[in-house]
Design a protein around this ligand. Structure first.
Ligand SMILES: Cc1ncc(COP(=O)(O)O)c(C=O)c1O
Length: 423
């Protein structure tokens, strides 16, 4: 779905829309860039206008033909967030979006908006440690339980079996992260969405497919085109892209986003206007950054695969022996991204020796920024998850997660070789 650029009567690609969609310079003194709308509240032209804005915002009436919802208060709506949401949802091929204070705010607000006591979530494992904690420890307090299946080629089949066991009608959400953090294992989005459709037949509240698209989207993977209902991001990562903000986003259909936005308004989990403005700045270079980072990542993954200190490398599309994973990659990804997971021979002591020797690549959690980062998932980002569970899903003591940035490739190669020299 290409959309029309507001400055000319032409259909454009997402990279172009990221520089123009949703913003009219005439409303801001001709400023080419959207200003930061750093205001908590908006002045109404009249009491009647204020009343009408609230009626729309609170769903008390339908919009008249051509009526645009008015600006009220920055917990409900703000131009920086709205412009960003329009541009990202166009990229994702979805109808609407909602920006949040963090990826976790996006995930928790969305799940609380859609789930009720008694509902079951089927989720792939591993997922980001915070998401795992939310599903495993916090949502059960509200009567919402999660059943886990291994991420990967057989996830849809495994979920179908669990759905039969728990009762298909109780399953409200199929939650996947693909590629999974930190194992890089891919799950078939279309197969999961197909299962959700099967489970939804004849139901008033259908089963929904939710995809955490943080690692590849929207440049290399568009889950909505494969049948997913909601696309979730930690915008802290590639979308923000400079390791200078924390934010999250959800995109999907207007009707689902209506529920998500209702919860965001009442829980107050939106992001602030300045962060919204930073996200707009970052979206302009997203495609260029992700493509360049992915090119370097492939070169480093190849270097790692040939290195004697390395047990195993996981990089999407590079495991030619695993035909099922390769097929998923070919079907749903247009690029492999810039997260490389690799296992050092010698377990945790060897992995720590490597981590402590990097000189250019920084030892820090997070990913998707302009600088390269390494971390140890088992004892850092995923340390909330019991080690035996992590090992079952391929997250072993020797595993290091590398996020490749924009440094010169020759410097990164030298640093990686140096760090591995005494593994
Ligand atoms: C895949 C994934 N989803 C969600 C999150 C949570 O995002 P945030 O840290 O912005 O709350 C992270 C954070 O690392 C992540 O890697």
């Amino acid at each position: 779905m290409k959309r029309r650029h507001p400055l000319g009567d032409v259909e454009c690609n997402p990279e172009t829309l990221a520089l123009g969609l949703g913003y009219d310079p005439k409303l801001s003194e001709g400023s080419v860039k959207p200003p930061v709308f750093l205001t908590s509240t908006f002045q109404f032209e009249s009491a009647d206008a204020g009343r009408r804005f609230f009626e729309l915002a609170y769903g008390l009436r339908q919009a008249d033909p051509g009526e645009v919802p008015g600006l009220i208060y920055s917990r409900l709506n703000n131009p920086n967030l709205q412009i960003f949401e329009e541009r990202l949802s166009a990229w994702d091929r979805t109808e609407a979006g909602a920006t949040f204070a963090s990826g976790m705010a996006a995930i928790s607000t969305t799940l609380l908006a859609l789930l009720r006591p008694g509902d079951v979530v089927l989720a792939t494992s591993p997922v980001y440690g915070g998401t795992h904690y939310l599903l495993e420890h916090i949502l059960p307090r509200f009567g919402i339980t999660t059943r886990w299946v291994p991420a990967g080629s057989d996830a849809a089949q495994a979920m179908r079996a669990v759905a039969e066991e728990v009762g298909p009608d109780t399953v409200r959400a199929l939650y996947i992260e693909t590629p999974a953090n930190p194992s890089n294992v891919m799950t078939d989005i279309a197969a999961i969405a197909g299962l959700a459709r099967d489970l939804s037949v004849g139901r008033e509240r259908p089963a929904l497919t939710l995809v955490d698209n943080t690692f590849l989207g929207p440049v290399f993977q568009r889950p909505a085109t494969l049948g997913a209902d909601l696309i979730i991001y930690s915008a802290t990562k590639f979308i923000g892209g400079h390791s200078d903000l924390i934010a999250g986003v959800v995109t999907g259909s207007r009707i689902l986003l209506h529920h998500v936005l209702e919860s965001r308004t009442i829980m107050g989990t939106m992001c602030n206007p300045f962060v919204g403005w930073l996200l707009l700045r970052s979206l302009e270079t997203l495609s260029v950054r992700m493509r360049r980072q992915a090119k370097s990542a492939r070169a480093l993954a190849t270097l790692l695969a040939d290195h004697p200190a390395i047990e195993r490398v996981a990089y999407p599309g590079m495991d030619h022996d695993d035909l099922a994973q390769q097929a998923i990659y070919d079907r749903q990804c247009s690029g492999a991204g810039s997260l490389v997971s690799f296992e050092v021979k010698g377990g945790q002591p060897a992995a720590y020796r490597v981590l402590d020797r990097f000189q250019i690549i920084r030892l820090a959690v997070s990913l998707g920024g302009t600088e390269s980062l390494v971390e140890h998932p088992m004892t850092m980002t995923h340390s909330d998850i019991p080690p035996d569970q992590l090992e079952r899903y391929g997250v072993r003591p020797g595993l290091i997660r590398l996020s490749v940035g924009l440094e010169h490739l020759s410097d990164l190669k030298r640093d990686l070789r140096y760090a591995l020299a005494e593994a």
